[in-house]
Every structure is written in C-alpha cells, then in structure tokens.
Design a protein around this ligand. Structure first.
Ligand SMILES: Cc1cc2nc3c(=O)[nH]c(=O)nc-3n(C[C@H](O)[C@H](O)[C@H](O)COP(=O)(O)O)c2cc1C
Length: 186
C-alpha cells in the first residue's frame, strides 16, 4: 500500500496528549498542508489561528465550558460542569479554522483544510482530534472576545478546531466501516 493511503487509513482521533510541544517546523508544515486544501472556486476564504500558549488555551477552555454548562443539552451541561473535563484534552497546540461568513463553500472549505491538518499531523507522528465546541460557542460574547484577541478576524466564524500533540495513550482501533455506504456504477 502506498504511504498516502497508509497515512489516511492509520489516522485516528487522539484524546490524550503529552505535555511536550510540537516543533515550529512541524507546525509550519501542518499549516502549509491546511492552506493547500481545495477550496470552492479556489477562493481560500479561511483563516487559521495556531495557539501554543497554555494560558490562552486555558481561557478558551473556561469560556467554552461555561457555554456548555448553560446548554439545554444535558450531556453538554454535565461535561461543562466536570472540573476534569478539558474539551481540547490538554493538547499543547490547537489550530482554530475559521471561514469568511459569506463565502459560498465555507463549511466544506474548512472541513477539507482540517482533514489536511489531521493527515499532515499523522504523517509526522503527531496526534490530532477535531474539536467542535468553538464552532457551537463562537457567538458567545466571552468566547468571541477571546477569539478576537487571538486574531480571528471579525467577519470570520469558527468551523472547528484541531487539537494537536504527541499521543500519551494509544488511540483506539478504527470502528468497523458501515456496510452499504458505497455504490459503484459501471
Ligand atoms: C465534524 C466533527 C466534529 C467532531 N467533534 C469532536 C469533538 O468535539 N470532540 C471529540 O473528541 N471528537 C470530535 N470529533 C472526532 C470524531 O469523534 C471521530 O472522528 C470519530 O469518532 C471517528 O474516529 P477516528 O477519527 O479515530 O476515525 C469530531 C469529528 C468530526 C468530523
């Protein structure tokens, strides 16, 4: 099997990270991979914010957990109130992907950029996980003001976040693939 296919098939979501930081070289490669994702009409109307500052990540964790605590969804409430829960799993690096509000293919553009991030990370032996909470909490005034301080442009909304770092636990095996999801017509 070629290396690219092997990389795609071996990527798993990682939810336990060591404290060690990833190198600047690797971070830059991962961001470069994000920027080379396809985008609708090639418009590249995305923005990436990489954060490696523990305090800044902690600010986001607190604000996001506050939103979860106030959610009508019982499971979110429970997670938000759990002092041991960190929505970014203590990852030393997070990358926020955001899209321009009016870009026609905004959600898809950022989704493919995120997948490039995960695949680039996996190829560099760096673990990763898609974290969705900021996409849901981005309109909260406290979360928004932190995002603004971090440099997310005012007209951009969060599509998702990549948590990145070295695995501190083996990721679980891939779930069996669902049957009946492919149809080949010749
Ligand atoms: C749109 C999207 C949102 C996700 N949000 C979260 C999340 O907030 N937290 C989390 O731990 N995993 C999240 N995941 C990761 C999925 O749970 C994971 O991809 C799925 O269980 C399959 O596992 P695998 O990535 O190891 O193949 C998200 C994945 C996607 C595509």
């Amino acid at each position: 099997m070629n290396e690219v296919i092997q990389n795609i098939l071996s990527r798993r979501s990682v939810r336990a990270f060591k404290e060690d930081q990833i190198s600047d070289e690797d971070l830059n490669l991962i961001l470069e991979a994000a920027k080379f994702a396809p985008s609708g009409m090639g418009k590249q109307e995305w923005h990436f914010t990489a954060i490696q500052n523990k305090e800044k990540i902690e600010q986001l964790v607190s604000a996001a957990k506050e939103v979860m605590q106030n959610s009508p969804i019982e499971q979110f409430k429970k997670m938000g109130s759990n002092p041991n829960f960190n929505p970014f799993y203590n990852a030393p690096t997070i990358i926020i992907t955001a899209y321009e509000k009016n870009a026609p293919t905004k959600v898809s553009d950022c989704a493919v950029a995120l997948e490039n991030i995960f695949l680039a990370a996996n190829s560099l032996n760096i673990g990763s996980c898609w974290i969705h909470i900021l996409a849901l909490a981005g309109d909260d005034p406290k979360v928004r003001s932190i995002l603004t301080e971090l440099g997310v442009p005012a007209n951009y909304e969060v599509s998702g976040t990549a948590a990145l770092g070295f695995n501190s636990k083996e990721a679980s095996n891939a779930a069996p693939r669902k049957e009946g999801t492919v149809n080949i017509v010749k």
